[in-house]
Design a protein around this ligand. Structure first.
Ligand code: FPP
Length: 242
């Protein structure tokens, strides 16, 4: 390997003047990736967490503002206890590393979801990363943790109802976990399935969707470029005509 890092094959093909501000990803396919290698499913999640680190850095370097990933859904508690604890362990490890590196890397972190159900240790780490994020400007990675789109909408509806009066879209959006974050222009689902799986139901109303067969642990800079290039070739009409 030379001193210069080899550029990936799609490098330079993305139009940086028309980047989505916000890309969201359903990190699917970890289990199948591991199974194909004769490894436990948890090995797929470990590889998936590595890919998240790499893709977050790439999004920031490209000049995007937000990356949101689906790390753990409100339904994922149904998985075997060993798998749940492995995913929580990976998040724990990531947060510990982030506490040391996020200021240097200028990556803000925000966790979206019902965090009351996660362990007190993880909650404390979330608090610490939140405090560091306040000192950072620029790129933000949002990690959906114990997140469900319907749960988020129900909570916002309850909060609005308790405030009384006419409910506006802005008021409603202000009670979502994603309050203050612009909606994602592009939602990517690797792993071959073509469904939303309770992810960003409100925020994705006008998002462009990109599905690909690549399993998340095999996802790389080039796969992301391809998704952005496809997005840049689409015409977004938001219900109107052009
Ligand atoms: C979906 O693949 C993946 C998950 C439910 C977990 C994703 C979690 C991580 C990648 C670790 C999170 C860590 C950080 C640092 C963000 P699957 O298991 O459903 O795959 P399959 O469809 O092949 O079974």
């Amino acid at each position: 390997m030379g001193l210069l890092k080899k550029k990936h094959d799609t490098a330079g093909q993305v139009d940086k003047s028309r980047l989505p501000r916000h890309v969201a990803i359903i990190m699917d396919g970890n289990g199948r990736w591991a199974k194909r290698r004769g490894l436990p499913r948890t090995a797929g999640h470990k590889a998936g967490a590595e890919v998240f680190r790499r893709i977050a850095t790439y999004c920031k370097d490209l000049g995007m503002e937000y990356l949101t990933v689906y790390a753990f859904s409100t339904e994922n508690w149904k998985r075997p206890a060993e798998e749940v604890s492995a995913i929580m362990g990976l998040l724990h490890q990531y947060m510990l590393e982030a506490i040391d590196s996020m200021e240097r890397d200028q990556i803000r972190l925000r966790f979206l979801g019902d965090l009351s159900a996660i362990s007190p240790e993880l909650q404390a780490l979330v608090e610490r990363t939140n405090a560091i994020s306040e000192r950072i400007q620029g790129f933000q990675a949002n990690i959906c943790l114990n997140y469900g789109g319907r749960d988020e909408i129900l909570r916002a509806a309850r909060a609005c109802a308790s405030e009384g009066g006419e409910i506006t879209e802005e008021q409603f959006a202000g009670h979502l976990y994603s309050a203050g974050i612009p909606d994602p222009e592009l939602i990517i689902r690797p792993g071959g399935e073509q469904r939303v799986s309770n992810f960003l139901l409100w925020q994705g109303a006008y998002s462009e969707f990109y599905f690909c067969d690549t399993l998340w642990p095999d996802f790389n800079e080039s796969t992301l470029d391809q998704a952005i290039i496809a997005y840049q070739q689409r015409e977004r009409r938001f219900g109107g005509v052009k």
